[in-house]
Design a protein around this ligand. Structure first.
Ligand SMILES: Nc1ncnc2c1ncn2[C@@H]1O[C@H](COP(=O)(O)OP(=O)(O)OP(=O)(O)O)[C@@H](O)[C@H]1O
Ligand SMILES: [Mg+2]
Length: 522
């Protein structure tokens, strides 16, 4: 298996990202226009060719071109070909990569949905920025739904359950703890705000199966999963929470592998500073830091892309073993600080003045240091980055549609299904109550008692559906309990997750993992 060729160093040495160390995470940094996206593309397509599936967030739409072959007719061709010549790549060939487009909003790719119960109260609370009291109320609403066998799938399910919780507050308070109606109101307003950002699309069925990110094509190449993130970026909290959710799903689904020969999956987070913007709570940063640290031994490599390396919190930056630092500007004191910080992370090269070099690097050139096969960082080298073989720049709408049509997931997620869940059950309950009240009013209590219920089997059906689902996904429940998620009636599990859950649940390792992740998202 070939390591990933990053480019040629000034001292004539070829620079590689070693597949066996690729799960030790990485950083691609540099000012705007210095070559970060091209570097990402160069790395991602080699992972794919080496049989490693890739996930990347495409913030500007320009990464979608990874699905298409480059071409001598294309506008960047001259630049890429001259770079290939400089590096002695002969022949330089263009090629495409197997790609799947995803989009939370379902516009530019297959929709990715999850259910409210899969997301769980902890992440939802984070997403909505709830305080401790409000988070407590949200937890109670989840338990109340659970106890009633109400499925929590979409946002309107959660709205209904919150209303029902508020209505039954006095009765529930003794059982579960204090429920302030003001808190319920706050959560409901947050949910509405959320909905207006389009988050309602994200919650529903069919729910995404994380194993679908681990696919190889029939030639053994890893699929490049491109998440269209241009619109998502406008809701930074949703973006951050979504990525954290993905990582925790992966953490749950994948077995422990230590340091594998090559990663199981590699994640690239473009515009990574958004994960850690000013609003990010210390708790969220802590969680990201933990997930990133722990997911390494599941064989998942996480690569952050950022204009300014000091935007990545130190605790996380310290875990990023493979580094490609493009040019930084030196205009402001903050720039100077970034340069100094970036320089300090490298293993010293006596022939290279790192701080000076960072400001002098040309486009597509970078300071590179990766982890050696023995785990030590390589000496930093000034490196010309190798050109990718796929297209630089976006696909057209027509090309996107073609890629979609040949995707292995064509038809699997595209149509939303809205089956009977908490919202419908609670609405019917209200209807039944209203009908009963009407009979009482018009014909008296006796007449009402004598009446068959308007929806006699409704509760039975709901109960049975919940029970069947719970039984079918016993393994999932084990997996869910790891993340502190409560979803006794959660039917949305993939078989893979269920199986992993069952394995994890069976021994000491399971208890250990549950302990870890239970604390992880709390
Ligand atoms: N390795 C390379 N070889 C040849 N040309 C390159 C290379 N890297 C970048 N370039 C040239 O520089 C241009 C800008 O690169 P790129 O889009 O990767 O910048 P960026 O750092 O991602 O910018 P932004 O922060 O604005 O997203 C490319 O379109 C290409 O013409
Ligand atoms: Mg870019």
């Amino acid at each position: 298996m070939d390591d990933i060729y990053l480019g040629l160093a000034a001292n004539g040495e070829k620079q590689y990202l070693h597949l066996s160390r690729a799960n030790r995470h990485g950083l691609i940094a540099g000012a705007t226009g210095t070559g970060k996206t091209v570097t990402l593309q160069c790395i991602a397509e080699q992972f794919s060719r080496g049989g490693v599936p890739v996930f990347l967030a495409d913030v500007k739409g320009d990464l979608s071109g990874i699905s298409m072959s480059g071409s001598p007719q294309f506008k960047n061709a001259a630049i890429l070909e001259s770079r290939a010549k400089e590096l002695g790549i002969d022949p330089y060939t263009y090629h495409d990569n197997p790609a799947v487009f995803w989009d939370l909003y379902g516009e530019q790719g297959h929709p990715i949905r999850t259910t409210i119960s899969e997301m769980g109260p902890l992440l939802l609370a984070r997403l909505m920025g709830l305080n401790e009291t409000q988070e407590g109320v949200l937890n109670i609403a989840f338990r109340y739904a659970d106890d009633n066998g109400w499925l929590l799938i979409d946002l309107k399910d959660l709205q209904s359950v919150l209303s029902a919780t508020a209505e039954a507050a006095s009765e529930l308070t003794t059982k579960y703890g204090n429920i302030s109606k003001a808190s319920v109101g706050t959560i409901q307003r947050q949910l509405l705000a959320f909905e207006s950002q389009g988050a309602d699309r994200f919650f529903g069925e069919p729910a995404f199966e994380i194993a679908d990110f681990l696919k190889l094509d029939d030639q053994g190449r890893g699929y490049v999963n491109v998440l269209s993130a241009a619109k998502l970026m406008q809701s930074p909290k949703l973006y951050a929470t979504f990525l954290l959710w993905l990582l925790s799903e992966l953490f749950e689904a994948l077995p422990e592998v230590g340091d594998p020969d090559k990663p199981k999956l590699v994640f690239f987070f473009d515009e990574a500073h958004l994960l850690f913007d000013d609003n990010a709570s210390p708790a969220l940063i802590e969680k990201v830091e933990q997930v990133v640290r722990l997911i390494r031994s599941k064989g998942v490599g996480v690569y952050f892309i950022s204009q300014n390396p000091i935007d990545i919190p130190e605790k996380i930056a310290g875990q990023l073993g493979n580094r490609v630092q493009h040019a930084l500007r030196a205009f402001t004191p903050r720039d100077q600080k970034a340069i100094k910080a970036a320089a300090e992370t490298f293993r010293i090269n006596p022939d290279l003045k790192v701080e000076q070099a960072i400001t002098e690097l040309k486009v597509g050139e970078a300071l590179v240091s990766t982890l050696e096969p023995d785990g030590s960082p390589s000496v930093v080298q000034r490196t010309l980055i190798a050109p990718p073989g796929s297209r630089l720049g976006p696909v057209t709408d027509k090309e996107r549609a073609i890629v979609q049509s040949i995707s292995p997931f064509d038809g699997k997620y595209d149509t939303a299904v809205d089956r009977q869940s908490a919202y419908e059950v609670i609405a019917r309950k209200a209807e039944d109550a209203a009908a009963a009240a009407k009979v009482v009013e018009e014909q008296g209590v006796e007449a009402q008692r004598a009446q068959p219920r308007a929806t006699p089997s409704m509760w039975e059906k709901a109960g049975k559906a919940a029970l069947g689902a719970a039984a079918a996904s016993a393994g999932t429940m084990v997996a869910r309990s790891m993340s502190g998620r409560k979803s006794g009636a959660n039917p949305m599990a993939s078989a893979a997750t269920a199986a992993v859950g069952a394995v994890l649940g069976s021994g000491a390792l399971g208890r250990f993992a549950r302990g870890l992740l239970g604390g992880l998202l709390r």
